[in-house]
Design a protein around this ligand. Sequence first.
Ligand code: HEM
Length: 403
Amino acid sequence: MSVIQRFYDGRHFQADPLSYLNQLNDDQDVVFFKAGLTTFCLLRSPEDIKRVLVTENSRFGEGKWTQRGKYVMRDCMITREGAPHRERRKILQPAFKGQVISKSVSPTIQLSLEICNAWNDRQTLDLFPDMNRIALEVVGHSLFGSCFGTRASRINDALSVLLRAIPRPPIPWPRVITARRTIRKTTSQMSEGPLLELMKHAGLKEKEIHYEILSLLIASIDTTPKTIAWALTLIGANVEVEEKLYEEISNVLDGRIPDLDDLAMLPYLNQVIQETLRLYPPVHFIDRRANEDITFGEVTVPAGMYLLLSPLLTQRDPKYFQQPGEFRTERWTPDAVAQRVPFSFYPFGSGPHACIGKKLALVEIALVIAVFVQKWRFRPTENLIANNSPQRTDFPITVSRRL
Ligand code: HEM
């Protein structure tokens, strides 16, 4: 393959990975492809995905993008592997349970109400910036005891610059340096909260604490906000889903604000969220590196090769989901879930590196939707319906007040 072809393949892959990977040999479970200067091996089959993430996870190390992520996030839980990863995860894990999840409820509700109370009837707006604001405040408040307030948008911009810098070559662009400074200033002002206490108690140095906070903030922008934005887009584009959801929520809540205990009584809301995460998982790829030669079926992947697993591709594979492009909430009834092929749905990953923020994210997503759908209807604009690419970062929607 010529250098020019590799360059164009790399650009195509970055711009629209779904269409690029779909045009490769799509009946193979193991597919090799070159993007830029790197050869990747894409694994499609749920059995292989389970081996990499869970049963044989120690045979795999960090992937190419995670290695690049060290330029931005240095040494932190996300960029560690093996024993150092397990050690750091053990320190941080307790902060993502029970009390912290309860603590996240109040800022989520307050901000959701503040945001939707400021909307005008039949206004067209972009949901994404506000959903990012909620995500940032929820993590700041529940994990670090910090409220970002008027600084939220500047912090969010800085985090977006750093997030975009991760897959790129490590060059100290002025924008990246400025973004680093902004976040450094923010984290140096944080002094309380359950996660900070755990890290201090475990003897982490100031720099280590800074990079853990930075990486957690990076992991929480884009992911939860995109899921909420896609969920509201899909709800708005499917009126019968919107009405069924409204009925469930108003029967349970009867106009009051939701609490953590209410979520167990909203099974249809959960179906809507699961189906959104199937069609639009915010993390499109999970990357690894083979530590040794490893055989998948009849193909041997050599030691050192970079591997990609894609929730986006597997969850849209017709082998595992009929009519995969359709938004069908009935895929998530208990009976349908019981028949699901294991590891054909893994938006939060699995195994030792599985998403540590999963519970926090799911609670936030459910609460925001429950608040909004009680009061508002959502209609995605023509432009959003015509271009529903998972790569989208803007979500123009018209909101109209329920009477
Ligand atoms: C809908 C929301 C989210 C989705 C779909 C998601 C998805 C994922 C996935 C797929 C991984 C696994 C990566 C791997 O195996 O290499 C992951 C890891 C991680 N996520 Fe999330 N995430 C979400 C929200 C969050 C939030 C809100 C936080 C933080 C508050 C967070 C923090 C992390 C961290 C720290 C890791 C690395 C864990 C480790 O390496 O041990 N995520 N996430």
